[in-house]
Design a protein around this ligand. Structure first.
Ligand code: ADP
Ligand code: ASP
Ligand code: MG
Length: 405
């Protein structure tokens, strides 16, 4: 029988009544003749609540114990959903990540899935049971509980779908698909029937949190048909495809943004070979991810160097830069943790010149200053002051006529 993996996000299982609704939906699917493997997130707000508790007790909660704590959120939901299914007369078994066993590496709080043992799941499906698996978690080789990073239940679902060679992986959430941009910021945003993996990867990595980036990478690598749909209303949702449609390509498909960026500039460093690694080496050593990098044209033997990091890493990165500045005899270090990145994404960009110009012109017409720019084949990103985020995204949405899709 066809196996379908369905994932229900936090809002979709946010209350006991919603869990009941999910159970009803699952029973209907099963009656249509599907073998069902269901992945659930923690009830909405629960993971944040747990993080809050950890913050009350520790300045920098991380590592093994944070994973032990955070994994409990999903454990609650799997049990409740199975109880709701049993109440409606359907057999269901719940599994935590380590019970399945979803084997990960040992990078706590950001683990990667390495292998999935599907024996128990297949045995349960053969008995006609619905299998309910806790998202966002696994265990390492020594049996330590690990978690996959925020939004990681999407990745659990895709990885299970790949392991089980499921017909489709369906991500049920609080929007009815992938939109041209976050519909919470631009109410005129339009749902896309399809989007390519390539575009979805860019959208996810540039801040559209509707799918965790690793889930898209996984689905693309293992050819898992992936669909985003609403838990609350019927409809076909958005299919993530390998094919670019035959139809005339839109110039751009979507706009993504990342609110939580910060930038640092070190001024007056020697303009000599090795300077980039002398500046960024100590940052990398602390596992701080660097996003955009700009080195200015040097004059008088010195240059300025700017890069961006996640806002949470800003204080650490600043402390490191001040030490580096002393070592290199730099003139000054400055920074800004109130910046955001807005990106336009689309495979259509490949074959059209002038997209960047439309972007820059329309931002300028609203008086929005761009402080950094980066491009790749199918995306252009700009850094702007955070106060311009909403205006910037709306302006670009209009400029590229995305409300008329
Ligand atoms: P879940 O709890 O179901 O995993 P998430 O909150 O992680 O849900 O993801 C869904 C949210 O993603 C939506 O409510 C929406 O605000 C946001 N989002 C951001 N960009 C987009 C986009 N381009 N299309 C759809 N939703 C988006
Ligand atoms: N509960 C986790 C989170 O809030 C994982 C998920 O929902 O995907 O990030
Ligand atoms: Mg999510």
């Amino acid at each position: 029988m066809a196996i379908i993996v369905q994932k229900f996000g936090g809002t979709s299982v946010g209350t006991v009544d919603r869990i009941k609704e999910v159970a009803k939906k699952l029973i209907q699917f099963q009656q249509q003749g599907h073998d069902l493997v269901v992945v659930v997130s923690a009830m909405s707000g629960e993971t944040n609540r747990l993080v809050g508790l950890a913050n009350e007790l520790n300045d920098n909660p991380q590592g093994r114990e944070l994973d032990v704590l955070l994994s409990t959120g999903e454990q609650i939901t799997i049990a409740l959903l199975c109880m709701a299914l049993e109440q409606q007369g359907v057999h269901a078994n719940s599994y935590t990540g380590s019970q399945v066993r979803i084997l990960t590496d040992n990078t706590h709080n950001k683990a990667r899935i390495m292998e999935i043992d599907d024996d128990k799941i297949r045995a349960d499906l053969a008995k006609g049971h619905i299998v309910v698996v806790a998202g966002f978690q696994g265990c390492d080789e020594s049996g330590n509980i690990t978690t996959l990073g925020r939004g990681g239940s999407d990745t659990t679902a895709v990885a299970l779908a790949a392991a089980l060679k499921a017909d489709e992986c369906q991500i049920y959430t609080d929007v009815d698909g992938v939109y041209t941009t976050d519909p919470r910021v631009v109410p005129e945003a339009q749902r896309l029937d399809e989007i390519t993996f390539e575009e979805m990867l860019e959208m996810a990595s540039l801040g559209a949190k509707v799918l965790q980036i690793r889930s898209v990478e996984f689905a693309s690598k293992y050819n898992v048909p992936l669909r985003v749909l609403s838990s609350f209303k019927d409809g076909g949702g958005t299919l993530i495809t390998t094919e670019e449609t035959e139809m005339e390509q839109a110039l751009i498909s979507g706009i993504a943004f990342n609110r939580d960026e910060a930038k640092l500039t070190i001024l007056g460093v020697p303009d000599s070979p090795g300077i980039a690694t002398q500046i960024l080496g100590p940052i990398a050593k602390q596992n701080i991810e660097v996003d955009m990098i700009i080195q200015n044209t040097g004059h008088d033997g010195t240059t300025d160097f700017t890069f961006t990091v996640h806002r949470n890493d800003y204080p650490n990165a600043m402390a490191i830069m001040e030490a580096t500045a002393d070592e290199l005899g730099a003139r000054e270090v400055n920074g800004d943790d109130k910046i955001t990145k807005i990106s336009i994404v689309g495979v259509g960009m490949r074959s059209h010149a002038g997209i960047a110009n439309i972007m820059f012109e329309s931002l300028a017409s609203e008086g929005i200053n761009i402080s950094m720019i980066s491009t790749s084949e199918i995306k252009i990103s700009v850094v702007v002051d955070q106060k311009y985020l909403e205006l910037g995204v709306r302006t670009l949405h209009k400029a590229f006529e995305l409300e008329q899709k």
